[in-house]
Design a protein around this ligand. Structure first.
Ligand SMILES: Nc1nc2c(ncn2[C@@H]2O[C@H](COP(=O)(O)OP(=O)(O)OP(=O)(O)O)[C@@H](O)[C@H]2O)c(=O)[nH]1
Ligand SMILES: [Mg+2]
Length: 202
């Protein structure tokens, strides 16, 4: 009887945990975004100043609580030589955040080809993909607006049959658009949970 009660209690108190991969070219702002998430959603966390964020070789991981679920973020290095390792994470994740540097027109092609590789991998099939047009706070001439970025990136997602995707503006530095991005991800991983079930944590 005790064991039954214990197992029911365990089931009620367990929380669903979903993994979210943060991908994008080097310099897109992935680690800056993770820092912003930690400072917004973790108690007593002081954000690293931008000057102390260095290019990622490997990964940074952090878990935040959003309502009743946990979102575990994996920020992976985006340098060319590191991108071959991304696919090792695909089967374990529940959603992808793909960051685009809105001010780097010169690398738009490299960026879109990189996204194509991610979406066309069988292991990402059916995953929600949120494309974030980052660095919207910068007021420089070369900045692409969200409509321009949508024009390129929505087409990629549609042509490659990404099941659920959208493009949103964001600034990882000021935090503008971050709550909306998290809401989108939270809703989508829950909607997709029969395809990619969460891990249950005590
Ligand atoms: N103005 C502005 N600068 C940003 C923003 N996000 C990131 N940056 C800057 O962009 C540069 C690269 O940021 P990172 O967070 O290190 O980029 P990353 O995608 O993690 O790069 P890798 O680790 O090499 O893959 C840093 O100088 C950041 O301060 C943003 O929203 N606005
Ligand atoms: Mg980084």
């Amino acid at each position: 009887m005790f064991h039954l009660a214990q197992s029911l209690y365990d089931q009620w108190t367990r929380q669903e945990e979903y993994s979210v991969l943060i991908l994008g070219l080097d310099n897109a702002g992935k680690t800056t975004l993770l820092e912003e998430l930690k400072s917004k959603y973790l108690n007593n966390y002081s954000k690293l100043p931008s000057s102390r964020i260095i290019p990622t070789v490997g990964q940074n991981v952090s878990t935040i609580q959003i309502g009743k679920i946990k979102l575990k973020f994996w920020d992976i290095g985006g340098q060319d030589a590191l991108r071959d390792m991304w696919d090792e994470y695909y089967l374990q994740c529940h959603a992808i955040l793909f960051l685009i540097d809105s001010c780097d027109k010169d690398r738009l092609n490299e960026c879109s080809e990189t996204l194509k590789n991610v979406i066309s991998d069988d292991k990402t099939e059916g995953l929600p993909i949120l494309m974030l047009a980052n660095k919207q706070d910068l007021q420089i001439e070369s900045k692409m607006d969200v409509a321009e970025i949508k024009e390129v990136f929505n087409k990629i997602a549609v042509n490659l049959n990404a099941s659920d995707s959208t493009v949103r503006p964001i600034s990882a530095i000021t935090g503008e658009g971050v709550d909306e991005a998290i809401d989108w991800i939270k809703d989508r991983v829950i909607l997709n949970k029969s395809n990619r079930p969460p891990i249950l944590r005590k």
